[in-house]
Design a protein around this ligand. Structure first.
Ligand SMILES: Cc1cc2nc3c(=O)[nH]c(=O)nc-3n(C[C@H](O)[C@H](O)[C@H](O)COP(=O)(O)OP(=O)(O)OC[C@H]3O[C@@H](n4cnc5c(N)ncnc54)[C@H](O)[C@@H]3O)c2cc1C
Length: 413
C-alpha cells in the first residue's frame, strides 16, 4: 500500500530524486518517492540484452569521474568500472577520416570553445552559432558534435550557459550499466510507482500531490521533474508558479537517442573506435564501434536529425544508420548489421527529451528553477545545476543539495 501522508514527497525517481531520498532517509526523514513509471532511474536506464550485455539507453559515461559522487556509490556496490579513454579522446578509424582531418576538427572544436569563453566574458548572451566563422569547413560537424553534447544545434544554444559547464575530462563507464547502478542505489526507499503526478497544490497548510493513483499529502516536496514536463504543464502547481514554467521553457530538453546494432565479424574493428557518418553536415550519426570490446555499434543520433527520425519510428533509425555505414564501408556491410535496441527519448512521455540546454538569454533560468518556494517546495534535477547540467552527477548533486535544504528548513520550523 502506498502511503497517502508523508513528511517529504520527492516527485520523480531519477538520479536527482534518488539522491535526495537517500540523503533524507539517512537522516531518518519520513519520505516517499512518487514516480510515474514502474521503474526507478528515469533517464538513467540500463537494458539487459539477452546476449548478456548491459546497454545504457540513457546516461553511460560517468563524466568528471574524479569528482562524480556516483563513483563512490558504484564502488560501494562493488561495480566494475571501465576506465578506457573514450572514443572522442582518441584518434581512430584513420582510413575513414585521416589523422590530419581529425586533428583539424579537434582544433576547430578547441577554437570554438575559446570563442565561447571570450564571448561569455562580455556578459552578452548570444547563440553559439554566431561564433562559428562563416567560411568554416567544420560547420556541419561542429553542429553535429554539439548536438551529441547538448541535444541541440548551435543556433539554439546560450553561449553563457555553455561556458559554465564544467568537465574534468575524466570519463569512466560501468560494465553493468550506469542506469542499473543508479536504480540499485534506490534499494529500500519508499516509492509509489505508476503514479504520475498531475498537480502539486501548495495552497493549504499541507501540500496535496494529486497522482493517477490518488492524493498524497506532504509537509514539503522536492520536485525533480524534467523541464519538458514542468514547462508544458501550466496547471502543475496550484497556485501557479509562472516563473518556474518560464524557467523550464528557457531550459528545454534537447534530443539524443542511442541505437545499438549487432555487428558480425566485429574483430576487424578496433575496440572503442568511432566514426562519423558524414563530416559535412549536422544531421549525421556518431558510431562507436565495439564499446567494452563487444561486437556491437552504439549509434548516437541527436538534435534535429533525431527529432526527424523519431517521427519515422524505430525502423527509421536503423535505416538511417545503415545508409550512413554502407556509405562508409560499402553496400555489403548492411548484411553484417542487426538492430538490437533503441529508446526514443522524445516519444517517452515521462522524459520528452534527453537533457537540458539553455536557449540564448536563459542561462540565469537554472537558478530561477532551482530556487525554493516558501521553504516548502524545493527543486532539483539536472536542469537546476549551474555547472553540471545535463548529467547524472549534476542531478545527484542538486538532489543532495535539495535534501540539505529540506533538513535545514525542518530545523528552523
Ligand atoms: C541518450 C542519453 C544519453 C545520456 N548520456 C549521459 C552520460 O553519458 N553521462 C551523464 O552524466 N548523463 C547522460 N545523460 C543525461 C542523464 O541521464 C540525465 O541528466 C539524468 O539522468 C537526469 O536525472 P534527473 O533526476 O534530473 O531526471 P530524470 O532522470 O528524468 O528523473 C525524473 C523522474 O521523474 C519521473 N516523472 C516524469 N513525469 C512525472 C510525473 N508527472 N509524475 C511523477 N514522476 C514523473 C520520470 O519518470 C523520472 O524517473 C544522458 C541522457 C540520455 C537521454
Amino acid at each position: 500500500m502506498t502511503k497517502n501522508s508523508v513528511e517529504v514527497a520527492v516527485i520523480g525517481g531519477g538520479a536527482a530524486g534518488i539522491a535526495a531520498a537517500r540523503k533524507l532517509a539517512a537522516h531518518h526523514v519520513d519520505c516517499l518517492v512518487v514516480e510515474a513509471r514502474s521503474r526507478l532511474g528515469g533517464r538513467a536506464y540500463t537494458v539487459q540484452h539477452p546476449a548478456g550485455f548491459a546497454l545504457d539507453m540513457g546516461c553511460g559515461w560517468l563524466h568528471s569521474a574524479d569528482c562524480n559522487p556516483w563513483v563512490a556509490v558504484a564502488t560501494s556496490q562493488g561495480r566494475v568500472f571501465s576506465k578506457a579513454t573514450p572514443p572522442w579522446g582518441r584518434t581512430t578509424m584513420t582510413k575513414v577520416m585521416p589523422v590530419e582531418e581529425q586533428r583539424a576538427f579537434r582544433a576547430a572544436m578547441g577554437d570554438l570553445f575559446e570563442r565561447v569563453a571570450q564571448a561569455a566574458a562580455t556578459g552578452i548572451d548570444r547563440p553559439v552559432s554566431d561564433l562559428v566563422p562563416a567560411d568554416s569547413r567544420w560547420t556541419g560537424m561542429l553542429n553535429a558534435v554539439m548536438s551529441y553534447i547538448a541535444g541541440a544545434e548551435l543556433d539554439r544554444m546560450s553561449t553563457i550557459d555553455l561556458d559554465r559547464y564544467e568537465d574534468t575530462e575524466l570519463n569512466w563507464r560501468l560494465v553493468d550499466g550506469y542506469g542499473a547502478m543508479i536504480a540499485a542505489s534506490a534499494g529500500g526507499l519508499a516509492t509509489a510507482f505508476d503514479s504520475p503526478v498531475t498537480r502539486i497544490d501548495h495552497s493549504g497548510r499541507r501540500i496535496r500531490i494529486e497522482t493517477a493513483r490518488g492524493v498524497i499529502e506532504a509537509d514539503r516536496v522536492i520536485v525533480t521533474l524534467p523541464t519538458s514536463i514542468i514547462g508544458v504543464s501550466d496547471d502543475l502547481f496550484r497556485p501557479a508558479l509562472p516563473h518556474k514554467t518560464e524557467a523550464a521553457l528557457g531550459l528545454p530538453l534537447g534530443l539524443d537517442d542511442k541505437l545499438f546494432i549487432a555487428l558480425d565479424n566485429a574483430g576487424e574493428f578496433e575496440p572503442e573506435s568511432r566514426v562519423f557518418g558524414r563530416t559535412d553536415r549536422a544531421g549525421t550519426g556518431n558510431y562507436h564501434f565495439r564499446p567494452f570490446g563487444r561486437p556491437i555499434i552504439e549509434c548516437y543520433l541527436a538534435g534535429r536529425c533525431a527529432r526527424e527520425l523519431e517521427t519515422g519510428g524505430d525502423a527509421a533509425f536503423f535505416d538511417f544508420a545503415v545508409s550512413e555505414l554502407t556509405g562508409l564501408f560499402g553496400a555489403d556491410f548492411a548484411r553484417r548489421l542487426t538492430p538490437l535496441q533503441l529508446h526514443r527519448w522524445g516519444a517517452d512521455p515521462f522524459a520528452r527529451g534527453a537533457y537540458s540546454y539553455a536557449v540564448p538569454g536563459a542561462a540565469e533560468q537554472r537558478a530561477v528553477l532551482a530556487a525554493p518556494v516558501d521553504d516548502r517546495l524545493f527543486f532539483a534535477g539536472e536542469a537546476t545545476s549551474r555547472h553540471d547540467f545535463s548529467t547524472a552527477h549534476g542531478a545527484f548533486i542538486t538532489g543532495s543539495e535539495a535534501a540539505d535544504r529540506v533538513i535545514a528548513a525542518r530545523r528552523k520550523s
